[in-house]
Design a protein around this ligand. Structure first.
Ligand code: ADP
Length: 164
């Protein structure tokens, strides 16, 4: 149980993700937050920026590293000698997809375990896509994302305003 990975798109990282990784950092010697390139999911924020933002948000956790990856999660885990994949689980909405994914990862690598951590109560209804939608409509998202993400989304609007 020395090393675990916490994969996701983190487009952008929210306080729900920070809560999971903070709690997980107390359980493992080393955690690698793995930011997915995810070619079939159109990301709003470029990969390098998602990594930079994540690094700023977890920089205070001494046993957490942030890296980007492309390809299979189980391959990334193996390359880093990790046998545990951490995933956050929100009430109802995440279960079916996460269950399928963990079974598939088990098929790909029988030694890999997926560890689910329940989202904190106050983050149950928080998602990156909701953050983007609210930011796009001009809503204040400062209560649900770390300050650096709030600042980034203020400077880089979800839908750039048309010129002229
Ligand atoms: P993906 O694109 O792989 O679903 P996300 O970046 O959306 O990745 O999420 C990464 C992980 O964090 C997933 O396990 C997801 O269920 C979990 N997660 C997302 N939002 C929250 C939240 N508000 N609280 C706890 N976990 C969350």
């Amino acid at each position: 149980m020395a090393t675990a990975i916490y994969p996701g798109s983190f487009d952008p990282i929210t306080l729900g993700h920070v809560d999971i990784i903070t709690r997980a950092s107390h359980l493992f010697e080393r955690i690698i937050m793995a930011v997915a390139q995810n070619a079939n999911k159109q990301a709003l924020i470029p990969l390098s920026q998602r990594v930079t933002l994540a690094k700023k948000c977890v920089g205070h956790l001494s046993n957490v590293e942030v890296e980007s990856f492309d390809g299979l999660t189980v391959d990334f885990a193996k390359q880093h000698s990790a046998r545990v994949i951490i995933r956050g689980l929100r009430a109802v909405s995440d279960f079916e997809y996460e269950f399928m994914m963990s079974q598939m990862n088990k098929n790909l690598d029988p030694e890999m375990e997926t560890l689910f951590m329940m989202a904190g109560l106050e983050f149950q209804f928080l998602s990156s896509s909701m953050v983007k939608e609210v930011a796009d409509l001009g809503g204040n998202i400062s209560g649900v994302v770390p300050p650096v993400v709030y600042e980034y989304l203020t400077k880089h609007p979800v839908r750039p305003k048309a010129k002229g």
